[in-house]
Design a protein around this ligand. Structure first.
Ligand code: CAA
Length: 445
């Protein structure tokens, strides 16, 4: 079968930064370690006054096209995944195409454009759509541009305020890809849930504690469903496991559950049996409550074993490096986690070509999806060209009162003027409003 997957990835972070330990925690009267250790986050990215989901998505796509030497004629499809859209009819992908047409000779009139919505999992769904389009032979030799872009803002004072973020990931999907090939096997866990939603409102209504439980339940279902088509998984099968990362502490919870599931009835469970016993089995308990207590106790012990700690340090920790610095990018988050792992491997001696990743995507509402990816030879070139570390380091560090102004600036219910904190340099910028209340963009040299 034809190999189809991601040929190039570019990441674009919002230009501003809110430091959680230095700036956020003191204002909330909290111990900074609640954020740095508990949630596992150091900072959030925010868009400057001239940035939004269109500029960040178009800028990521532009960098990608320049690096790959692509012209509009090479792109047969532009799909944008976002949960921060500002228009219920005209998709963000049309604005992105309009931006790109300002800097290329050709146009994207031939390209199918759309917008995907299912909370954070929409980025992966758009990726799947692109892969399926190519596998179906409908791409006429062209590739697909998939852009996940969000300004993940919460209402001021919401518990989610510490997990905000803003940025975009652009991916180019082709046959014979240079970065990763996607498996056709997938697993789903999907249910009608009201853990996190935005019923025609910009800032989410969130049941934070419940959202954590729903994430874990759907992810567990998706793993079981994946195994029903791909066979049993084992921790040693995967070099990295990038998860959707609203905050690294969430992934810490998902990882131990996944590990417990993967080692059940394996050599690893046997090897750990002397130290912590075998995993509790439901048939040995009178009721669910007693079984669940035993599971919780077992997982507390499992987390402390050397086997688990080493696996976590090698397989999970490297996926979190970027997320810790930028916060939640919703649709882009799992793609940031993959990028973070690939950058980590490219910067060390790990020979990753041919090795496998297991991607765990999640969207509230709620759905999880799991698929495998095979890293392609030459992936290092693709990730080394990305300058995400430089972008992170170059962000303007906001004071608390500046943060308050930035939050207001990006609140759709307010029209707040704000002097930018940074200077645009060879990028698309928001340029005011048109006669039909449309947003206008220009390329700033
Ligand atoms: N030192 C070290 N750790 C500390 C600490 C300290 N001083 N103080 C607190 N902690 C730990 C807590 O023990 C907790 O860790 P555990 O969960 O492992 O026990 C962690 O820090 C967070 O503390 P709280 O639970 O008290 O934090 P909170 O209630 O203020 O907020 C939250 C947590 C409810 C998840 C909130 O961040 C939130 O609502 N986030 C938005 C929703 C979200 O991201 N949900 C995730 C699943 S849904 C999803 O993934 C979709 C999506 O993108 C939104």
């Amino acid at each position: 079968m034809t190999a189809v997957g991601i040929d190039a990835i570019e990441v674009w972070t919002g230009k501003l930064k809110l430091d959680l330990a230095e700036t956020f925690a003191p204002q909330k009267g909290d111990d900074p370690e609640k954020y740095t250790k508990g949630l596992g986050l150091f900072a959030s990215s925010f868009p400057d006054a001239y940035e939004d989901i269109v500029t960040m998505g178009a800028n990521a796509a532009h960098r990608l096209m320049e690096r790959k030497g692509l012209e509009p004629d090479d792109v047969g499809r532009i799909d944008v995944a976002t949960e921060s859209a500002f228009d219920n009819s005209k998709p963000v992908s049309t604005y992105v195409a309009g931006c790109l047409e300002q800097v290329y000779e050709g146009d994207f009139h031939h390209a199918n454009k759309g917008e995907r919505k299912f909370a954070c999992i929409a980025g992966t769904q758009s990726l799947d759509d692109a892969v399926n389009w190519i596998l179906a032979g409908r791409n006429r030799g062209r590739g697909a541009l998939v852009i996940a872009t969000d300004t993940a803002l919460y209402a001021r004072g919401d518990a989610g305020e510490a997990t905000q973020g803003a940025g975009a990931v652009a991916m180019y999907i082709t046959e014979d890809p240079s970065v990763v090939e996607l498996s056709t096997e997938q697993g789903y866990g999907s249910a009608d849930e009201t853990d996190f939603l935005k019923p025609n409102q910009q800032f989410p209504s969130v049941d934070g504690k419940r959202s954590v439980q729903v994430y874990l339940s759907r992810m567990r279902e998706a793993l079981a469903d994946f195994e029903s088509v791909a066979g049993a998984t084992h921790p040693d099968d995967y070099e990295f496991i990038p998860f959707h990362t609203p905050f690294p502490g969430m992934v810490r919870k998902a990882a131990v559950l996944g590990y417990r599931h993967m080692i059940r009835n394996t050599d690893v469970e046997e090897e750990l049996a002397d130290e912590i016993g075998r995993q509790p089995r439901r048939e040995n308990f009178d009721d669910d409550a007693a079984f669940e207590d035993a599971i919780r106790e077992h997982m507390d012990d499992l987390k402390e074993t050397d086997a688990y700690r080493e696996w976590y340090a090698d397989t999970i920790e490297p996926t979190l490096d970027v997320s810790r610095e930028v916060g939640n990018w919703y649709t882009g988050s799992v793609h940031v986690a993959r990028m973070s792992a690939l950058m980590h491997a490219a910067g060390s001696d790990t020979d990753l070509a041919g090795k496998k990743l297991l991607l765990g995507s999640y969207g509230s509402g709620a759905q999880a999806e799991i698929h495998e990816e095979t890293v392609q030879p030459g992936y290092e070139d693709a990730v080394e060209a990305a300058n995400i570390d430089e972008q992170i380091a170059a962000r303007y560090d906001l004071s608390w009162s500046e943060y308050e102004q930035v939050h207001d600036r990006h609140n759709h219910e307010k029209r707040v003027e704000l002097e930018p904190f940074t200077q645009p340099d060879g990028e698309f910028v928001f340029d005011g409003w048109g006669p039909m209340n449309e947003r206008k963009y220009t390329y700033a040299e």
